[in-house]
Design a protein around this ligand. Structure first.
Ligand SMILES: *[C@@H]1O[C@H](CO)[C@@H](O)[C@H](O)[C@H]1NC(C)=O
Ligand SMILES: *[C@@H]1O[C@H](CO)[C@@H](O)[C@H](O)[C@H]1NC(C)=O
Ligand SMILES: *[C@@H]1O[C@H](CO)[C@@H](O)[C@H](O)[C@H]1NC(C)=O
Ligand SMILES: *[C@@H]1O[C@H](CO)[C@@H](O)[C@H](O)[C@H]1NC(C)=O
Ligand SMILES: *[C@@H]1O[C@H](CO)[C@@H](O)[C@H](O)[C@H]1NC(C)=O
Ligand SMILES: *[C@@H]1O[C@H](CO)[C@@H](O)[C@H](O)[C@H]1NC(C)=O
Length: 347
């Protein structure tokens, strides 16, 4: 009792101290709590790179079937095998004629790798490469490169799916859900469908890969943004977001930069994918393998073995054959709930 009482007093004192400093020096407190990543009134982040490889209009304007969903994949220069798996499994044109696939890669100083990528692109014509160094802290360049490329070469697409190259997508579920959304709202626009985090804590542990100092990011929580492993944009967003990115200062945390800072500067509406979104490998594997939960999962993250990705895809094909056609009517859709209409305010 006594102990709790003392803590209570300490808390009151603490609040009191903060409260008075707030009134005493309001501007200083405010300045230290301002998110620096908002849109300025002039260009502060020119995306001034050149294409090394660019398949151009051939990706989206290459056949009689119009593009419905463009998939762009953040891939690493040496991840050739992962790209092969994606081309052969869930992103295959053979099964999904209105889907298009394109890989986003930076450059490397290894000339053999550069040549291999060029050769790969001659065969598949699905690699966009710009001349920034492909590195973890350059992922934001990759995201902006994708927005720029899509807004020029594939602006007619109805939807855009971003994934990393170790994600498995149940393409059947994905397309059926999007068609379901279309039936309810054929003119859906300005929207990002994703696993939305409302107040993700900022990592202050200097040993972490995601460490951010107070100078890098003064707030203790991020404003709303999406898990970057997989998210879906309506087709109007890439152009709006590319434009917005020019006005928002560069920040290497690409998931927050692209789906938080830039998306909100472009006045996006967030729609929660919620339970359809399963990312951790073990959980995703279990849910894909269970006949009960199979239809409730759209994405899985399989960073380990590529055989796992192929195994999950075989499972998807098998389930699809037997059960898929009756599914759409059965399930309730909790995921297009509008939970955050962004008002372009900064905090
Ligand atoms: C308020 O904060 C500013 C900037 O940190 C500082 O220069 C100033 O002395 C402070 N004023 C008071 C009254 O504490
Ligand atoms: C962009 O790059 C070109 C050369 O690649 C250079 O001439 C130009 O000044 C750069 N522009 C900006 C704004 O950095
Ligand atoms: C690509 O296709 C779109 C939609 O069909 C069309 O509006 C556009 O003009 C085409 N662009 C080129 C360069 O063929
Ligand atoms: C990011 O790319 C730029 C442009 O190529 C390069 O100068 C920089 O070193 C890269 N960053 C890292 C961490 O490699
Ligand atoms: C580009 O972005 C800026 C900053 O967000 C905004 O003021 C401007 O209206 C945008 N332009 C277009 C064409 O969307
Ligand atoms: C976003 O909305 C705000 C407020 O309505 C408006 O001032 C701004 O121009 C919009 N920005 C864009 C890029 O549409």
């Amino acid at each position: 009792m006594q102990f709790q009482f003392i803590i209570l007093i300490l808390i009151c004192l603490h609040i009191g101290v903060l409260g008075s400093s707030n009134t005493d020096n309001n501007s200083a407190t405010k300045a230290s709590l301002t998110n620096p990543y908002y849109a300025r009134d002039h260009i502060v982040n020119p995306h001034n790179f050149s294409y090394v490889l660019n398949p151009g209009y051939s990706v989206c304007n290459n056949s009689n079937s119009p593009v419905y969903i463009l998939v762009y994949v953040h891939s690493g220069p040496t991840n050739y095998q992962r790209r092969v798996v994606l081309r052969e499994t869930w992103a295959t044109r053979t099964l999904f004629p209105d889907l298009r696939l394109v890989f986003m890669i930076g450059k490397t100083n290894d000339n053999n790798v550069m040549k291999a990528i060029q050769y790969e692109n001659e065969i598949y014509q699905d690699i966009v490469q710009e001349d920034f160094i492909d590195a973890y802290k350059n992922l934001t360049f990759k995201g902006v490169m994708a927005l720029k490329w899509i807004s020029v070469y594939c602006s007619q697409t109805k939807y855009v799916l971003k994934v990393d190259d170790d994600i498995v997508v149940n393409t059947f579920t994905l397309i059926n859900h999007l068609k379901f959304l279309d039936r309810n709202n054929p003119n859906k626009h300005s929207t990002i469908l994703c696993l939305l985090w409302h107040a993700m804590g900022v990592m202050r542990d200097s040993k972490s890969k995601w460490y951010l100092s107070k100078e890098d990011f003064p707030l203790e929580k991020f404003p709303p943004y999406c898990s970057g492993s997989a998210f879906i944009l309506t087709g109007d967003m890439p152009a709006k977001m590319y434009n917005a990115s020019l006005y928002v200062p560069f920040f290497w945390v690409d998931d927050y930069y692209i789906t938080g800072a830039v998306a909100s500067a472009a006045n996006v509406t967030y729609a929660q994918l919620g339970s359809l979104y399963t990312i951790p490998q073990q959980l995703a594997h279990t849910r894909f393998m269970s006949s009960k939960s199979f239809y409730t999962i759209m994405f899985g993250h399989f960073p380990g073995s590529m055989n796992n990705m192929r195994e999950i895809w075989r499972r998807i094909l098998l389930m699809q054959k037997y059960k898929f056609p009756t599914r759409v009517e059965v399930f309730s859709f909790t995921w297009d709930e509008k939970i955050h209409q962004n008002d372009n305010s900064i905090n």
